[in-house]
Design a protein around this ligand. Structure first.
Ligand SMILES: NC(=O)c1ccc[n+]([C@@H]2O[C@H](COP(=O)([O-])OP(=O)(O)OC[C@H]3O[C@@H](n4cnc5c(N)ncnc54)[C@H](OP(=O)(O)O)[C@@H]3O)[C@@H](O)[C@H]2O)c1
Length: 285
């Protein structure tokens, strides 16, 4: 089993630091329902560039399909550990392992010459894997190597993706970075316990997203960096647990992708640093 990060050669590939400091005190958590798109925002989203990391996953693949179908992006970069060949001319497949700084840096080098990104979605995640990794039901099931791997994929990997790709987001105009989190990562909302590593790793992700939103907002007050719960979605990640759900709670990956993109469109810079559900409503940390 792999544990932790594979490369510590980050410094060679360090992206440019964020430009300026002095965040506005008006920056705050998101409020209420999604707002209607302003004409300026709608216009801005046409003919731009988007990157989806985790494009081989259930939700990630659906996001790429939705972005292609929307026709709103000139170029869609689809990052995955094992990239397939592109079926659509607007899709560029990239090899990205979020635990490997070298693949992240190389992907950044491929994207940067094309221009800034308008949308970044990190759709990677780990809840279970075969007999090795299962969400814990009790304290006695805690295991150091399992916890390390779950934290690596759910917290550290997205942070490394932020390090490499937030600096590629467009400046001085609206740009959005969404990190797929999970409602079970809400500390305030935790009434059931269990799934210790997954819950805590998503809580850590939410904390990191908040940090990144503050830091990135200093150089780009129009940027939106947010954590988002995609709903309970019919993918390999949820598959072992679906039997316990009423059918109505389970969304298709395509519906979830559509909802994620709607929320991405409708969040505003004052929502940056927030944690939101698939319906755009804020979720308490
Ligand atoms: N499905 C749900 O009900 C649900 C609910 C709440 C939150 N979420 C969150 O939504 C996100 C997407 O979940 P999903 O349902 O689409 O899961 P999924 O189908 O299992 O996809 C997960 C993706 O993460 C990728 N991944 C794992 N480790 C990686 C690494 N080191 N580098 C690059 N990619 C890596 C996998 O890549 P490979 O294809 O290479 O394995 C896969 O593409 C996750 O953050 C998950 O926690 C999902």
């Amino acid at each position: 089993m792999r544990s932790g990060l594979r490369s510590r050669r980050a410094s060679r590939h360090a992206p440019l630091p964020f430009e300026a400091y002095g965040i506005s005190s008006r920056r705050r958590l998101g409020v209420g329902r999604p707002k209607r798109l302003l004409g300026r925002e709608r216009q801005h989203l046409s003919g731009r560039r988007a990157l989806v990391i985790g494009s081989g996953g259930g939700i990630g693949a659906a996001l790429v399909e939705r972005l292609v179908a929307s026709g709103r992006f000139d170029r869609i970069y689809a990052g995955n550990r094992r990239p397939h060949s592109s079926r659509h001319p607007s899709v560029t497949r990239l090899t990205i392992d979020i635990l490997d700084d070298d693949t992240l840096a190389e992907a950044g080098r491929q994207i940067a010459p094309d221009g800034a990104l308008d949308l970044l979605i990190v759709a990677t995640g780990l809840l279970h894997r075969g007999p090795d990794i299962r969400p814990e039901k009790s304290l006695k099931q805690l295991d150091a190597s399992t916890m390390s791997e779950v934290f690596a994929v759910n917290s550290i990997g997205p942070a490394l993706a932020a390090k490499h790709f937030l600096p590629l987001l467009a400046r001085r105009q609206r740009a959005v970075a969404i990190f797929l989190s999970a409602r079970v990562g809400s500390i305030a909302d935790n009434r059931l316990g269990g799934w210790h590593s997954y819950r805590a790793s998503k809580a850590a992700l939410n904390a990191l997203v908040r940090c990144f939103a503050i830091e990135f907002g200093r150089s780009n007050p129009d940027a939106i960096v947010a954590a988002l719960h995609p709903g309970t979605v019919d993918t390999p990640l949820s598959e072992p647990f679906q039997a316990r759900l009423a059918g109505s709670s389970l969304s298709s990956a395509d519906l979830s992708a559509s909802r994620i993109l709607t929320v991405a469109d409708q969040l505003s810079p004052t929502d940056s640093g927030g944690f939101f559900g698939w319906d755009g409503r804020p979720i308490p940390y």
